[in-house]
Design a protein around this ligand. Structure first.
Ligand code: ADP
Length: 647
């Protein structure tokens, strides 16, 4: 019998699976070698001890029964299937096991057998209980292994990523602390977890891939089984091979990507903001790479360049801007070569040969570098400043005109006061002479009186001119046209002026037939007097003043020709402007306000006529007037009738 027992012990010791036998009171009386190894107990130390010592306290009782009794009571329901439970080793570490419980005998003779299968081991227990080496040589080998195991444990535990191992079932067999931190579940829950139970199809696909020998990447949210923590994770699944090169499971490397996701979201938001700013900026913005190809342009720049944003991409400025391209390329190259920005360079599109209407652009180019200093390309900022520039130019022009007007006014005031004052002195002298003579009872020389009257007339003339000019400005110079014989009117004017002609000879040629016009005779007289007076005034050396009246078609043409100082060609068109006096007449030698021709042009043009001059400096001048004839096919020329009657 003892021999039979010994034989049975030997067989049980040879068995791979751990086995524990206990009596009716659940005291251990036998455990095989595999059980010794699994629990790190020596057979003799455990002998007679309660079997509950092999399990953590929390699982040693169930529903009011001991674990063993509980499992025995469920034997029928389990139909021989094992139960998974944590067992406890002598050193306190827990191991996951599957166990089945059987019993024989009754009462005190009852014998209970627990058969176990070690499932997996938490990583804390990598330090396996070691057999004592029998030989010295083996000893160093074992030490190396111990150190290797420790090192391995250290590496896994200190890895900045979560690491777990799973078998082919696929149940998690081990994990490091980092994974615990990332997932927020205890190691006890993670180890022993069947990955299938997570019901995540994407993850299952990765697991299947790894078990088939291929790596796979998973990205998703891990919801902790116990808590409510949801962690965005990236998991790299990789196969694990055993010594014979067969996949025996896999390893998952877990990264907590919540920070990365946050950063990505912030980056995406930042990018969206930049894109909005870029696209809706009221100035043209673009980026050109180091090979001078457009990489990106906003709507505004596309608009300025006259092409859609898509038409820019991958093209160089020459292809986009045509003849305007080389000038732009030169600017870009300068930035790339020197690393110096070009700021607010003004470009006139008509000068660089760009097609389309002329535009003025202000362009800035600046180097764009990577954080490591590498040149990535050139940023371009373009503003269409055409309107601004034109407005500036207009403002400048107006300013100059205003300045000019102020100068003209000042000149005019000094000339006008001089002109008005000039006749006063001789007039006052002549009146004093008359007074003296009359007091003394002497006879009065009519010449003195005539001269006095001439000065008075001159002043009246000046004042009339000033009044007429302001009436013209206000649109209130009235005309009273009537059928008039122009030939007689000219004759009459010339006769009246005979007294003023001094050393000049006046010649008048006119057609034999009456020349009928429809004019305001008073105003036409004023025009002719002015032309003849000017002829006298600006021909200081005397000479012949030739007045010619003729008809041509439906026009009466009058010319007043003098041999005087003439008028510079470049100023001839300005003669008819208010206050204008040519540069060859100094106010000292030739008095005048520069109003006569201005008034004359207004009168002639308002009679439907035209006035112009032909002249050369030093060669004399000829002033021409053309007025519509009254006879002929055409109706009365249009004569404007201002409301007020002013003479
Ligand atoms: P004013 O003679 O008072 O200066 P006008 O309007 O009559 O004003 O003439 C304008 C200017 O035209 C004159 O200042 C003078 O420079 C030029 N001008 C007019 N008539 C003649 C002329 N016959 N010969 C040369 N210059 C003339």
């Amino acid at each position: 019998m003892a021999r039979a027992n010994e034989e049975l012990s030997a067989w049980l010791d040879a068995a791979v699976d751990p086995m524990v036998a206990c009596d009716a009171h659940e005291h251990v009386y036998f455990l095989n070698r595999a059980a010794e190894q699994l629990f790190a107990w020596k057979r003799e130390d455990l002998h007679g001890q309660p079997v509950s010592r092999l399990f953590p306290e929390r699982v040693s009782h169930h529903e009011g029964q001991s674990l063993v009794r509980y499992l025995l009571s469920r034997r029928d329901a389990l139909e021989g299937r094992p139960t998974r439970v944590f067992a406890q080793r002598s050193d306190g570490a827990e191991v996951l096991v599957e166990l089945t419980v059987g019993a024989s005998g009754q009462g005190d003779d009852e014998r209970i057998v627990i058969s176990l299968r070690r499932l997996h081991e938490v990583i804390d227990t990598l330090r396996e209980p070691l057999e004592h080496p029998r030989h010295e040589a083996e000893a160093s080998l074992v030490e190396t292994r111990v150190r290797g195991d420790d090192l391995y444990r250290l590496v896994v535990e200190n890895a900045p990523l979560g690491i777990f191992h799973y078998d082919t079932t696929p149940v998690v067999t081990a994990c490091n602390e980092r994974l615990v931190t990332i997932l927020g579940s205890t190691k006890r829950i993670i180890v022993g977890l069947n990955l299938l139970s997570l019901r995540d199809e994407a993850m299952m696909r990765c697991v299947r891939e790894s078990l088939a020998g291929r790596g796979a990447d998973y990205e998703g949210n891990y919801a902790s089984v116990t808590g409510h923590k949801v962690t965005p994770v990236h998991v790299r699944f990789a196969p694990c091979y055993n010594d014979s090169g067969v996949v025996e499971g896999g390893v998952g490397i877990v990264e907590d990507v919540s920070q990365r996701r946050l950063a990505e979201r912030e980056r995406d938001e930042g990018m969206a903001l930049l894109t909005t700013l870029f696209d809706s900026a009221p100035v043209g913005l673009g980026f050109i790479d180091t090979r001078l190809r457009y990489v990106r342009v906003n709507e505004r720049l596309a608009n300025i360049n006259g092409k859609s944003p898509e038409e820019h991409l991958g093209k160089d400025p020459h292809q986009v801007l045509g003849p305007g391209g080389p000038a732009v390329e030169l600017m870009l190259r300068h930035v790339l070569d020197t690393g110096e920005p070009v700021v607010e360079e003004e470009v006139d599109t008509s000068l660089i040969g760009s097609p389309g209407p002329r535009r003025l652009l202000a362009g800035s180019c600046y180097p764009v570098r990577a954080p490591d200093g590498r040149m990535l390309g050139v940023g371009v900022l373009v503003e269409d400043i055409t309107r601004r520039k034109l407005a500036e130019e207009e403002r400048e022009k107006l300013y100059h005109e205003a300045q000019q007007a102020i100068r003209v006014r000042d000149d005019f005031l000094s000339i006008a006061s001089h002109e008005l004052k000039t006749p006063l002195t001789p007039l006052s002298l002549r009146l004093a002479t008359l007074e003296r003579k009359l007091e003394r009872g002497e006879s009065v020389d009519p010449t003195t009186l005539r001269h006095a009257r001439q000065h008075l007339l001159r002043m009246t003339g000046l004042i009339n001119d000033l009044l007429d000019a302001s009436r013209i400005e206000a649109g209130r110079l009235a005309l009273h046209p009537q059928a008039t014989r122009m030939d007689s009117l000219v004759e009459h004017v010339l006769q009246a002026m005979d007294a003023q002609r001094a050393g000049h000879e006046l010649r008048y040629v006119h057609p034999e037939d009456a020349v009928q016009v429809f004019v305001d005779p008073y105003r036409l007289e004023q025009v002719i007097s002015n032309l003849v007076e000017n002829a006298f005034k600006y021909s200081p050396d005397g000479g012949v003043i030739q007045v010619t009246l003729e008809t041509h078609g439906e026009l009466a043409l009058l010319a007043v020709k003098d041999p005087g100082i003439g008028i510079p060609v470049d100023q001839q068109t300005q003669l008819f402007e208010r206050y204008f006096r040519a540069r060859n007449v100094s106010s000292r030698s030739y008095g005048g306000l520069g109003l006569g021709l201005y008034i004359s042009r207004d009168i002639v043009e308002r009679h439907g006529g035209r006035i112009w001059v032909e002249s050369q400096v030093g060669q004399g001048s000829t002033f021409h007037i053309a007025l519509p004839l009254l006879s002929g096919t055409s109706a009365h020329p249009a004569v404007s009738q201002p409301d007020q009657h002013v003479h």
